[in-house]
Design a protein. Structure first.
Length: 627
């Protein structure tokens, strides 16, 4: 289920009564009160099975398993969607011999789709492996997909990622995949795999270059399956690195064959994980959170849908709460909603059921800067009203963290004015960056303003203004001095401003830049240091605000290959020229090979741009350049 920018809820349902199976999209335009069919996806000959949805504005994006042989994508504007919107030629990955599960997410900026799925193909026919692709969302809403990456490389019928898959993005937009993995049907594992080099990795993990993984939970012959995962950023829960959370179900030696819901979390982007908690009996769970960081796990237990909740980032959980009859729940993950009960669809006996509740609370004045305030404004710093669908609670007004007023028993839409007494006004220093907060329950609205002298203020106010300004400038001076010293300059906080100016003028900080790009799909002619020619791929970067003297380039997917531009002539003998070194490691032998190239012709560096040779075509490249 997804929630569109216009407030519509759209749910996808697999209809196995149709021939062949189809996916039906249902829409609610009244916050879940009523539902009607929006559109559907159906192929002429093949079943459509596992699918996943994502959305941007009013566009709905999907990936879907077409008959186990192809992963198909599509998109539609929900405001104009009707009839069959399936396009079978929109292939993300084809030539497959089986598809397990699929997962799809969109980045926070709404510019990228990330997809992961478990599948078999002709190269790895015996195991379900993890594959991944990233799509760029174009201005017209269409998608341009990058190359499919083979994340794992198993090829043994006794080893497979066949027990569920879910994909999330962390605060650095790094894809993290959770899978249910089994080995010889005697060892079942919840496996976390990340597109980075930050997790432990060994040869037994069967993971390709550019990805790393670790066993999150491993328990002998007891099945662990169906992971669900979310990332809750620090802006929601206050944790420095946010929270990666995952839950799944499985049995153990003490459960008597009964599945239990289990939960584990990481607060350092997956470097470490908490010991998994064994929570309640249940299966087929879905994990989500609300805008205040409250966690919800909704699951089924003997034909009844239940949920448990946590208000302390998963450290402790409530007793089970009954949602109603039904199975296979799926909850919306939308951190903009103040949900008291997660928005969830579930399978009923003869229908799909919906349940959930949230409170929409708004304030009449947008958050942000509200201008300069003088003594003539102290009786009207801000006039506002709060509108809430649910119950209103007391409103607290604070300036710089100090309570100014409390509004008891407010009503929705009632107008209030932030008014200060003379004493409260005098307690605020003249200067910039004062903060006003309006708080009601879990809601907080933040505003900033500057305090200024009024032309009619008395001499005492003027004196106080001068004193406050001096205090403000001294504080700024200390911050500036610390910054200068951190960058190699020499200055004391008590020095004259002219000394500060001189210290800054004498600093020689080098500019630098870094980024990610793709190596060329074609080749150009470059020259070895001895003058012989060679055709190579290349990396080209523009838009820098300096001329680089030193550049390092390396391939994310072929980390054994690097290109280095040295900052000066490194040979004074046979080739007294500036050198580009392109190096690579020959696997098996451990031998490091290199090609020394001339910086001339098609290899160049100038103001704001550079082009350098690299060994591999169409690879994701990371680069860093120094002035």
């Amino acid at each position: 289920m997804v929630r569109l920018s216009n407030g519509w809820l759209v749910a996808g349902v697999k209809d196995t009564s149709a021939t062949p199976y189809r996916i039906v999209l249902y829409v609610s335009k009244d916050n879940g009160g009523t539902w009607q069919q929006l559109a559907y996806l159906q192929d002429g000959s093949a079943h459509l099975r596992d699918f996943a949805l994502a959305n941007k504005d009013t566009y709905i994006y999907w990936i879907v398993d077409r008959g186990g042989v192809a992963l198909i994508y599509g998109f539609v504007d929900a405001t104009t969607a009707t009839g069959n919107v399936f396009v079978g030629s929109n292939v993300v990955d084809g030539g497959l011999t089986g598809i397990g599960n699929v997962s799809l997410v969109i980045n926070e900026a709404g510019t990228e789709l990330h997809a992961a799925w478990a599948s078999k193909n002709s190269t790895y026919p015996n195991s379900f492996n993890i594959r991944y692709a990233k799509g760029t969302i174009n201005a017209d809403g269409s998608i341009t997909w990058g190359a499919v990456e083979q994340v794992t490389n198993l090829n043994n019928a006794s080893y497979s990622h066949a027990n569920g898959i879910t994909l999330i993005l962390d605060s650095n937009n790094v894809p993290t995949i959770f899978t249910g993995y089994f080995m010889n049907t005697s060892t079942y594992i919840i496996y976390v795999i990340k597109k980075s080099n930050e997790l432990p990795k060994g040869s037994s993990y069967n993971i390709n270059s550019g990805w790393t993984g670790e066993y999150l939970y491993q328990l002998g012959g007891y099945i662990q399956t169906s992971p669900s995962a979310i990332f809750v950023p620090s802006s929601v829960n206050g944790l420095p690195n946010g929270l990666l959370g995952t839950a799944w179900h499985g049995t153990d030696s003490a459960s008597g064959g009964v599945n239990y819901i289990r939960f584990s979390k990481s607060t350092d982007l997956g470097a470490n994980w908490s010991a998994p908690q064994k929570l309640v009996p249940g299966t087929n769970l879905t994990l989500t959170a609300n805008r205040n960081g409250k966690l919800f796990i909704t699951y089924e237990d003997n034909g009844v849908t239940k949920r448990i909740e946590s208000t302390d980032n998963g450290d402790t959980w409530s007793a089970p709460i009954t949602v109603g009859n039904g199975t296979n729940p799926s909850s919306l993950f939308d951190l903009t909603l103040n949900m008291s009960e997660p928005l969830t669809i579930r399978k009923g006996t003869l229908s799909v059921l919906f349940k959930g509740s949230w409170v929409v609370t708004t304030i009449s004045v947008p958050e942000g800067y509200i201008g300069q305030k003088t003594s003539s404004d102290k009786s009207n710093i801000l006039t506002y009203s709060i509108t809430a669908e649910g119950t209103m609670s007391d409103i607290t007004e604070k300036i710089n963290g100090v309570t100014i007023a409390t509004r008891t028993n407010p009503t929705s839409g009632q107008q209030f004015t932030v008014s200060l007494t003379q004493e409260q006004w005098d307690a605020i220093k003249y200067g910039n960056g004062h903060t006003l907060t309006i708080e009601m329950g879990s809601e907080t609205w933040t505003y900033t303003f500057d305090k200024r002298l009024n032309t009619n203020d008395d001499i005492l106010s003027a004196v106080k203004g001068v004193q406050d300004l001096q205090d403000h400038l001294n504080a700024v001076k200390a911050q500036l001095g610390s910054a200068i010293r951190a960058n190699g300059g020499t200055v004391n906080d008590t020095d004259a401003w002219s000394v500060f100016v001189s210290a800054v003028s004498n600093m020689t900080n080098k500019r630098w830049a870094s980024g990610t790009t793709t190596s060329s799909s074609s080749t150009l002619s470059f020259s070895h240091a001895d003058g012989t020619g060679v055709n190579l791929s290349y990396v080209e970067v523009t838009g820098l605000n300096f001329t680089p003297s030193c550049i390092l380039i390396y391939s994310v997917t072929n980390t054994n290959s690097i290109t280095i531009l040295y900052p000066e002539n490194i040979w004074s003998g046979q080739y007294p020229i500036r050198i580009i070194a392109t190096q690579y490691v020959t696997y098996g032998s451990g031998t490091v090979n290199s090609r020394s190239m001339k910086l001339e012709g098609n290899a160049y560096v100038s103001q704001g741009v550079f082009r350098l040779p690299h060994l591999y075509q169409n690879k994701t490249i990371k680069w860093i350049a120094f002035e």
